[in-house]
Design a protein around this ligand. Structure first.
Ligand code: 13P
Ligand code: SF4
Length: 353
């Protein structure tokens, strides 16, 4: 997005001052929500920061706001637009901030997988989609009796699903799906992989309890077993804390596995003097590093989510000025049928968690 010349000409300090001023003028008409992976220059202006589950809840609770300015990626803003009060408008300051993993599953591909798997296990399979998916995929899952999950409640949603059917199709993160299934006690050989480009021969899946979609987050699959080994040899006794989107071999070596808020809690609870290697997006790790000077918080490796980083103070200011001028930019809109079924899938998650 090309910013107007007057915003580009501001110094950083001027941008920050204008954001403060716009926030003051807009008052309770605007709520700014920011995911923990956002840049510090954005997070400092958030009315609420959170992981993807907490932000979904917060969007539903923002009853005063006429506008939610969502600093994150599109699947999160879409969720906010689906769960917020009727009439509230959700704005995403960086329109192109799409999560690459969410783009790895389209509804045509998911529907093909669903057709094949529900022929294999008639009325005995349920779809679970990770929050990191498009509104279309969430709607498909809602229509098929399924639910959404986030990294904070995936195991709980597995329990919910297995109380209803014997098999799960998990979309779109192979790693979160596999890690959750293994933590749930499903055996490796009972986990199948659905590659949408090269679907497996259906008979090879017959003994599976869970079929995971072949999608991944490049930010989290970047961490390796060697990274953990290097950290442990540099700082024997260091705590390793990772996100469940990491590969299973990394998760297996970690001391704590958690969503972004789980990671924050683990760092807060570690004793003074602890060395903690964190395997998640670098902006959060860096913030934890300077917020906890009594501990040494280090990235397992520097891994940046470039689409999360597309939102910055300048496009946040532009979004606020658009609202003040009565010409909001970057509105998230979802057609009513899609929003309805995606809401069904999201509400099943909120009820179950
Ligand atoms: P959380 O569910 O932990 O907020 O993570 C969202 C995400 O995009 C992780 O890559
Ligand atoms: Fe998507 Fe990964 Fe970025 Fe999260 S960190 S928004 S899953 S690409």
């Amino acid at each position: 997005m090309n910013l107007p010349a007057y915003i580009s000409a501001y110094s950083d300090e001027e941008v920050f001052a204008h954001i403060e001023q716009a926030k003051r003028q807009l008052g309770s008409d605007v709520t700014i929500l920011a995911h923990y992976y956002q840049r510090d220059e954005v997070v400092r202006f958030a009315d609420f920061q959170g992981d993807s589950l907490e932000l979904s809840r917060q969007a539903a609770r923002a009853t005063q706001a006429k506008y939610i300015v969502f600093c994150g990626v599109t699947f999160m803003s879409e969720t906010a637009a689906i769960l917020c009060q009727p009439g509230t408008i959700v704005i995403q300051p960086a329109a192109a901030a799409l999560c690459p993993m969410a783009q790895m599953a389209d509804v045509e591909g998911v529907s093909a997988a669903w057709g094949a798997l529900s022929a294999l296990w008639p009325n005995d399979i349920i779809p679970i989609t990770y929050q990191n998916s498009t509104a279309d995929v969430k709607a498909f899952v809602g229509q098929k009796d399924g639910a959404v999950c986030t990294s904070a409640n995936a195991e709980r949603l597995f329990r919910w699903a297995f109380a209803r059917r014997k098999h799960i199709l998990f979309i779109p993160d192979e790693h979160l799906g596999t890690n959750t299934a293994l933590a749930y006690g499903i055996k490796r050989e009972e986990i199948g992989l659905w590659d949408p480009l090269e679907p497996p021969a259906i008979e090879t899946l017959r003994n599976c309890r869970v079929v995971v979609w072949k999608g991944y987050c490049h930010v989290h699959t970047h961490f390796s077993v060697q990274d953990v080994a290097r950290g442990k040899s540099l700082h024997p006794g260091a705590l390793v804390v990772v996100h469940p989107e990491c590969r299973h071999e990394v998760v297996e070596l970690a001391d704590v596995v958690g969503s972004t808020s789980g990671i924050i809690r683990a760092v807060e609870q570690a004793p003074t003097g602890a060395v903690i290697y964190v395997g998640t997006e670098w902006h959060l790790v860096n913030r934890l590093h300077y917020m906890h000077p009594d501990k040494l918080v280090l990235p397992l490796r520097r891994s940046v989510c470039s689409t999360m980083a597309m939102t910055n103070a300048r496009n946040l200011l532009y979004a606020l000025h658009g609202i003040s001028a009565g010409r909001p930019q970057g509105i998230i809109s979802i057609d009513e049928a899609t929003a309805h079924w995606a809401r069904v899938a999201l509400e099943r998650m909120l009820e179950a968690s």
